[in-house]
Each structure stands twice: as C-alpha cells, then as structure tokens.
Design a protein around this ligand. Structure first.
Ligand SMILES: [Zn+2]
Length: 253
C-alpha cells in the first residue's frame, strides 16, 4: 500500500500525491502551457500538487527549469489540471523538463489540519452521535459543522480533551482503494453522506483512522494521529436549531 489506481489521472496529468502523500519534489514535462496574461497556466505530465477539493485548499510550490523559478499559486480544474503561475514569473513552454516542488510547510500543515478534522468527526460521532454537515480548512485552522441538537455545557472542553486523547493514542491513518460495492458496505462510509462519490468511480479511496473514523476521501493526510500535533477547540458556535459549528486550531505539541 498504497496501491496504484488507474484513476490517479486528471486529464493529461498523472496525480502523484494520491499514491504518495509524502512526495515533495519530482521531475516532469510540460505538456501544455499558455502565457496569456489574463489566464496563464501550465499542464504537467506528472504532478504532486494537490489541486484542492473536499475542503482542502490547493498546494503552493515551484517549478524549476532552465535556471529560473516559476512559483505555483493555485490550480484551475477543468478537463486538465492547470497549474496557475505567479503573475510575475515566466511560463515554461510545452516540452520543457521541469523539477516540481510542493511548499512543504503549507502542505504538511494542511495534512495535519485535514487529519485533525477526521479525528474531530470521529470523536463527535462516537461521543455524541452527530453527523457532519459541512466543513472547511486553511493551514492550521478549520471549521466543521455538525447536526447536533443538545450539547452539554462543557462540550467544548470535552471534545478538545477527547481529540487529544486520540492524538496521543497514535492511531494509524491508512489510505486504501476498495471496489465501490465493498466501500459502500462499510457503515461509516454511508454515514459520512456529505462525501458523495460520483457513480462512475469504480475504485473508492478510503481514509481510515483505525478504530475511530472511516471516510471516502481524496485529500492528503498524515500517517498517524500523533503527527497531527495538538488540537484546540477554539470556539463552538450555535448557528440555529441543531446546527453547531466547531472551530479547530492545530498547534505544535
Ligand atoms: Zn480527509
């Protein structure tokens, strides 16, 4: 593990980060590019830039080629994954060999934050039976919405403590690929109904925190819960009947 999925492609790009979430630098060729000032973009044959999705924002990084550096500041998702260069940087022409690199600080913090959200989701379901209705994240901060009618007065402190117990337990976080029918036979996959998997997807990527949370998920995660660091429940907001928003901060232990 992880296995190779023939679907690890988006248009003409082989997505390397799906099979190796620790990959930060790689060689690639430019298969297409445009330097048009209104919409510059670069398509690589191989890319480890997470393009964004499932609440996780896209990676930043650089392409190194011919002695220059092109900063990558975003991704446009269409038929192809189009990397968006910084407006002041040169665009490599098609055929150029480049060295790609993902900005480690941002991605690693996003992996910790994303994994922390899974932990929160697992804890709140286990202890309060509440389902997730939405969520979002930036490096080091995140929010998750739950359908939850009643909360005890010390809900915030209880959730924070339970989350950090799970961090300390150092549970493994594993990614696997399952045929659709097998994936949807897992009760946890059914309950995280916000992650709708398109019907044409035959192999479903499953992210499993052993004993705590299992989700169908395409994002990037750390390998065990201890790597998340420390989780702080910054705020619990009531957004209307049965709607609680939990704001999370990820810090160093
Ligand atoms: Zn995830």
């Amino acid at each position: 593990m992880p296995e190779t999925d023939p679907d690890d492609r988006h248009g003409r790009t082989h997505r390397l980060e799906l099979a190796d979430q620790s990959l930060r630098a790689w060689d690639a060729s430019v298969v297409d590019s445009t330097a048009a000032p209104d919409e510059p973009g670069i398509v690589l044959d191989r890319s480890a830039f997470y393009p964004g999705g499932g609440g996780q924002p896209p990676d930043h990084g650089v392409l190194l080629w011919g002695g220059v550096q092109t900063r990558i500041v975003g991704v446009r998702k269409g038929d192809d994954l189009v990397l968006v260069p910084h407006e002041e940087d040169p665009v490599p022409p098609p055929g150029t060999r480049v060295r790609g690199a993902v900005e480690d600080a941002r991605r690693s913090m996003l992996m910790r934050t994303h994994s922390g959200l899974h932990l929160l989701c697992g804890v709140v379901f286990r202890d309060y039976g509440a389902l997730v209705t939405g969520g979002n994240m930036e490096p080091g901060t995140a929010r998750m919405d739950f359908g939850l009618d009643q909360v005890p007065p010390d809900f915030k402190a209880q959730v924070e403590q339970a989350c950090n117990v799970e961090v300390a337990a150092d549970r493994r976080i594993e990614v696997s690929l399952l045929p659709r029918s097998e994936a949807f036979a897992i009760p946890d996959i059914v309950r995280t109904a916000t992650n709708l998997v398109p019907p044409e997807v035959e192999l479903v990527r499953i992210v499993d925190i052993a004993g705590l949370d299992t989700q169908a998920d395409g994002g990037t995660h750390v390998a065990s819960t201890r790597q998340v660091g420390r989780l702080e429940v910054a705020k619990v907001e009531s957004k209307g009947r049965g709607f609680r928003r939990v704001r999370l901060r990820v810090t160093d232990p």
